[in-house]
Design a protein around this ligand. Structure first.
Ligand code: NDP
Length: 298
């Protein structure tokens, strides 16, 4: 059985962070101020706490300033919106990230829309979404941006490739599809209402799974030699032990795919590295400097 090439997201993310650190120090030297990222966390969600801790740690590691805003679950929507307004007008803060999910009594769309688009390092604001789809320079959601970097690094030119994205969320599926389209792939988006997923997926040269269903993509869904990008992060229990698995049945797909990202250690590490890239690009834009060209990063 032929084995797939494992795309090591940890290694690529570490190289990317190193480049961001170097580009960041050039930026600091030129404008005499450090990029600042505000991270807002509401409540005690354990997964969110881990994500935020890692984001803060890695922000500091590349030499940027991290501003932390932690609030109890019962913060009112008005208080949160007032905080965002304050952060929008604070010149020391170049990027604002509100960790999702927010508690049910808070309208996430309202909060995300309050973030100034030029500081929207998650790329969720409607202005950035519109810019991405119309081909303008935008802050791009971190996870699909990380996937695109892995794909570009592994495959180079993907013009004309058949790409299938499983999942149509605003955070992953839709922006991922837009980025693949921008790179001239022929893109099909599938979701929970799609008929015969297996048949659609098995024609993909590039298959991106962003679903949230453990091990859903079986080996029969994957074309021999295809590149498989597994975005899923699912916590399951096997023989009483907690395990993290993706949306792809990794053990069985590994002999079929040409290249595949593991979970953990594939897409995950790229997400935070791309957050740092967006923070630097936001700071550059606020100083009237061009965004860093992705091609210059690898
Ligand atoms: P959402 O729940 O927002 O979206 C899931 C998508 O998958 C929806 O479009 C849904 O379809 C589709 N879907 C669900 N079940 C099926 C099914 N049985 N068959 C086909 N399609 C299905 O999730 P996210 O996009 O936010 O996240 C997806 C996964 O990626 C999760 O595991 C999440 O934890 C992970 N993730 C990982 C990140 C990382 O850094 N690595 C970052 C963000 C997310 P429909 O629209 O019809 O409901």
């Amino acid at each position: 059985m032929n084995s797939s090439k494992i795309i090591d997201g940890k290694v690529v993310a570490s190289e990317l962070r190193q480049k961001i650190k170097t580009l960041g120090s050039d930026f600091i030297e030129s404008v005499k101020s450090k990029p600042g990222l505000a991270v807002v966390l509401v409540g005690e969600n354990p997964a969110s706490q881990v994500y935020v801790r890692n984001k803060i740690l890695q922000t500091k590691e590349v030499g940027f300033i991290s501003y932390e805003y932690k609030y109890p679950e019962n913060i009112s929507q008005e208080e949160l919106l007032n905080l965002i307004k304050k952060l929008n007008s604070d010149l020391a803060i170049n990027g604002i990230l509100v960790q999702l999910p927010l508690p049910k009594h808070i309208d996430s769309v309202k909060v995300l829309d309050m973030i100034c688009p030029s500081k929207d390092v998650d790329g969720f604001h409607a202005i950035n979404v519109g810019k991405l789809w119309t081909g303008l320079d935008a802050l791009i959601p971190c996870t699909p941006l990380g996937c695109s970097i892995l794909i570009k690094r592994e495959l180079g030119d993907i013009s004309g490739a058949n790409a299938v994205v499983i999942g149509r969320s605003d955070i992953v599926g839709k922006p991922m599809s837009s980025l693949l389209l921008k790179a001239n792939a022929s893109v099909t988006i599938v979701h929970s209402k799609t008929k015969d997923l297996e048949s659609v997926c098995s024609k993909a040269d590039i298959l991106v799974a962003a679903v949230g269903v453990p091990n859903m993509v079986r080996s029969s869904w994957v074309k021999k030699g295809a590149t498989v990008i597994d975005v899923g992060i699912n916590r399951i229990e096997v023989d009483g032990k907690k395990r993290l698995v993706g949306d792809v049945d990794y053990e069985n797909v590994i002999g079929v795919a040409g290249k595949i990202t593991p979970v953990p250690g594939g897409v995950g590490p790229m997400t935070i590295a791309c957050l740092l890239l967006n923070t630097l690009n936001a700071a550059r834009a606020q100083h009237k400097m061009d965004a860093i060209k992705l091609d210059s990063l690898f």
